[in-house]
Every structure is written in C-alpha cells, then in structure tokens.
Design a protein around this ligand. Structure first.
Ligand code: 0GY
Length: 293
C-alpha cells in the first residue's frame, strides 16, 4: 500500500554534520518501517508510512558519525515486532530495541525479544496513533517485563500528562519519556506544565529523550533552526545530565510541515549539551548504561 499522501518522505540526502559526535555515540530514538512485502504493516494502524528499512537506517547512522541505535517499535507495526527483531539481529549487537507487546504476551516471546536485543516496551498514549487502553492493561505488561530488568518508554502528549503520571508513579521500573513529554514550547520554559515535568525528573526513575525539535517547534523548518525548542532540551541536559538521551527520530513519521535534515539535527547537539562531558553523557554513557550494561 502506498504511503499516506500527506506524508513527507525522509530526507534521502541529509547533510554531513559539521559537528563530530564522540566515539561510540548512540542514536537512541529511531524506527524501522517494512519493507511491507516482508514485514506487513498492522491492520489497525493509523497511518501508512514510506519504507524505511534497516539498511537505510544503518547507512544514516554511519553518515552521521554514530555507532549504535536504539530502535523503537512504531505504531504502524502494531504488536508485530518482526521488522525490529530483524534489524536488531542484523546490527551485530550495535542496536537495541524497544518493543510493543500486548498484555497476553507469552514469557517465551519476551525471552525471544530479549535475546534479540530488546530492553524495554513502549507505552504509546498518543490517541491519534493508538486506541486508548486501560492502565490495568499496561500494569499486566509491567508485571511480565519487570523480572527481565526492562524499562518502559512512554509517549504521551501534554494534555494527557497528569492523568498518566498518576499511573506511572506507581510503577517499579524506569520510565523514559519520548520527546520530553512533548512540551508546548510557545508557553515557555517558565510555564507550570514544563516546570512540573522538570520537577518530576528529579526522581531518578525517570529519563527524558531530548529529541524531536522538528515536531515541537512552532517555527517550521526556518533558518533559525528550532531555536524555540533548544532551550527546553538544554534545560533538561543541564539539570539531569545523567538521565537524558538523544535520538534522530528517523524516519520522522507523520511529519507534514517539513522534513528535517538529520545532519542539521546532529549539529544542534552542541547547543543542547555545551561541554564535552555533557555530550559524552548524552550520547554515550547514558544510553550505554540503560541499554548495553
Ligand atoms: C515518533 C513520533 C510519532 C509516531 C510514532 O509510533 C509511532 O507511530 O511514535 C508521532 O507521530 O508523533 O516518536 O516517532
């Protein structure tokens, strides 16, 4: 099936970053889609993406000067983690995965995922992407993954943040927030919504991905690249240098306004993390601790 007409294709000729990542850098948020003939998209999906397969992801990784990936199961593949497992197995240990499973997942399936390199599950609370499920559904999954030492990756929008937090607080596992829990950057750094998130992060079970300025910006892909989002990313890196992760979000699903240049996204990193120490923690030490230790 062709990709949705209002979708933008990922950038086939990203610029070469001018900034060089430290050795061992990890792109901790990216996806693989298809190819559909081998890994069909889920019938219940809310969008049909373009193909973005493992070889294309690994080529981008090398082009950007990164060494490792954390590949996150996206909603268009539902609970079928086949494309993800295939990519992890092909990576030679240089990729880890975040899967999506249902509450009746068998323990043998979880062991299979772990062996392939999966280290957590994603709870996607974004209603335009996934039909809402009860918190007890997610609790049943946590009970099953806890003994594997896995964590959960949460994708939630600002409007659902407080109700979801009541649930997350009770969980006995680490929680990683995609895209800084999607702040409304127009409200500013001082707004109570972002301050609540920043305060929550003081609890060391929480981690934040300082990612997706292209999704959060209100400036479009203007020349003053994502300058409205950078202060939010920088604030989290400054306050919690040991619990932040960075990712490209390639192939940038659902981007309709513009398609980012992945090389330019890398060039933002020194603005977000201003010292070599912070850059090393963000790109190497933190993802290695969470995904490879
Ligand atoms: C992202 C963001 C999006 C999509 C998904 O699972 C998904 O389909 O995560 C989005 O549309 O905001 O992190 O890739």
């Amino acid at each position: 099936m062709p990709m949705d007409l209002n979708w933008k294709h990922w950038n086939r000729v990203p610029s070469k970053p001018r900034w060089t990542p430290p050795p061992g850098a990890v792109d901790a948020h990216c996806h693989v889609f298809g190819p559909e003939a081998v890994f069909p998209f889920a019938p219940e999906r809310k969008y049909t993406p373009c193909t973005a397969c493992k070889d294309q992801l690994f080529a981008l990784r090398d082009h950007l000067g990164f060494e490792r990936n954390v590949i996150v199961q996206a909603s268009c593949h539902g609970h079928d983690n086949g494309a993800l497992i295939d990519a992890l197995q092909a990576s030679g240990g240089m990729a880890r995965g975040i899967a999506v499973v249902s509450d009746d997942v068998a323990s043998e399936e979880l062991v299979k995922l772990h062996t392939a390199g999966v280290r957590g599950v994603r709870f996607n609370f974004v209603r335009r992407l996934v039909e809402p499920k009860s918190f007890s559904y997610y609790e049943r999954i946590v009970e099953k993954i806890h003994s594997l030492g896995w964590h959960i990756v949460v994708y939630v929008e600002a409007s659902d943040f407080s109700s979801t937090m009541v649930f997350l607080e009770s969980l006995p596992v680490a929680v990683v927030f995609d895209h800084m829990a999607r702040p409304d950057v127009e409200k500013g750094l001082g707004h109570s919504d972002f301050r609540t998130f920043v305060d929550l992060m003081a609890n060391d079970k929480y981690w934040a991905k300082v990612s997706c300025p292209e999704r959060l910006t209100r400036q479009g892909g203007s020349q003053d690249l994502y300058s409205d989002v950078v202060p939010f990313m920088e604030r989290l890196v400054d306050l919690y240098p040991d619990r932040v992760l960075w990712g490209t979000d390639w192939p940038h699903p659902n981007m309709k306004s513009h398609m980012p240049d992945d090389g330019q996204l890398v060039d933002l990193i020194p603005k977000i993390a201003g010292s070599e120490e912070k850059q090393r923690k963000l790109l190497v030490d933190n993802p290695m601790r969470l995904y490879w230790s």
